[in-house]
Design a protein around this ligand. Structure first.
Ligand code: ZN
Length: 286
């Protein structure tokens, strides 16, 4: 099957060799990230929901080609094109180890107009086609308050694609990457216990050697963030888990198609502001 990718280098990978159409049809969870590695850093919960499960299957979508990542050591002399291939292979290794249904690499150049946010239409078109074919129950992507510009391009495109399709999954949320969600009021954010199988989540992050050897210990930082979340989530109780993943609920944007993403994000920041003000004027209580 040839998938009608908007970018000529867009490609499919099905770890267990199933027909691509069948792989897409069995999808229950759809993860959409800007870069190879984003899903494995921000989405332990949906990955674990699908690991060794008969009824749940994860398909990963990576929108960019990852060509502009920093590099050093073993990868220092790699050209941009060689880095694209290395990162594609790393994503495929993660898909094999995590038993994903499929991965789709849309391959929009990181330095081009799509990932630069000047023209999201090709990305929206790909995402609409993928959602049409997968009909996922759960969709996860980046959160609206992320600091990486590519992540914002992606989450806005996902929201737009789902709105144009009038498609509402059962769950739709954005995970932590280039900004923690610790600042959000607990009532506003989603909490996922991801204590189990940390050997597997460590392995899924560990395949991204080009990124970690490139000078960023994303694996340690990500595991450390989730460990910190578990301890700092509640000052008055002992830890219920050893790793906690936070996410921003994005369903309000689908339930109210008129709600602007910037207004929804601002309302969450406003709730945080009110919490801080209330504590400072009431003896520390919220
Ligand atoms: Zn990323």
């Amino acid at each position: 099957m040839s998938f009608p990718f908007q970018h000529p280098k867009g490609c499919f990978f099905v770890p267990d060799g199933a027909e691509p159409e069948a792989a897409l049809q069995r999808t229950t969870h759809l993860g959409i990230g800007a870069h190879p590695d984003d899903l494995e850093f921000m989405g332990w919960h949906p990955i674990l929901q699908c690991l060794h499960q008969e009824e749940n299957h994860l398909t990963g979508v990576i929108t960019s080609d990852g060509r502009s990542s920093p590099r050093s050591g073993l990868y220092a002399r790699h050209s941009d094109d060689e880095m694209v291939q290395v990162r594609l292979r790393e994503q495929q290794h993660a898909a094999v180890s995590g038993e994903y249904a499929a991965t789709l690499s849309l391959m929009f150049e990181e330095t081009g107009p799509v990932m630069g946010g000047q023209d999201s239409e090709p990305l929206i078109a790909d995402l609409m086609e993928i959602v049409r074919r997968t009909q996922p129950r759960v969709i996860f992507t980046h959160n609206l308050c992320d600091r990486h510009p590519h992540h914002i391009v992606v989450v806005l495109a996902v929201v737009e694609a789902l709105r144009r399709l009038s498609y509402t999954p059962e769950e739709f949320y954005g995970g932590e990457a280039w900004r923690s969600l610790d600042w959000m009021n607990p009532a506003d954010r989603l909490h996922f216990d991801v204590s189990e199988h940390q050997n597997m989540t460590a392995a899924l992050m560990g395949v991204y050697d080009s990124q970690i050897t490139g000078g960023k210990r994303y694996d340690q930082a990500t595991a450390g963030r989730k460990r910190a979340n578990a301890t700092y989530s509640d000052p008055f109780h002992s830890d219920d888990s050893s790793a906690l993943e936070y996410a921003m609920d994005l369903m309000p944007l689908l339930k109210d198609p008129q709600l602007k993403p910037e207004d929804y994000a601002a309302s969450l920041v406003e709730n945080f502001l009110q919490d801080v003000k209330t504590r400072l004027t009431s003896g520390g209580k919220a």
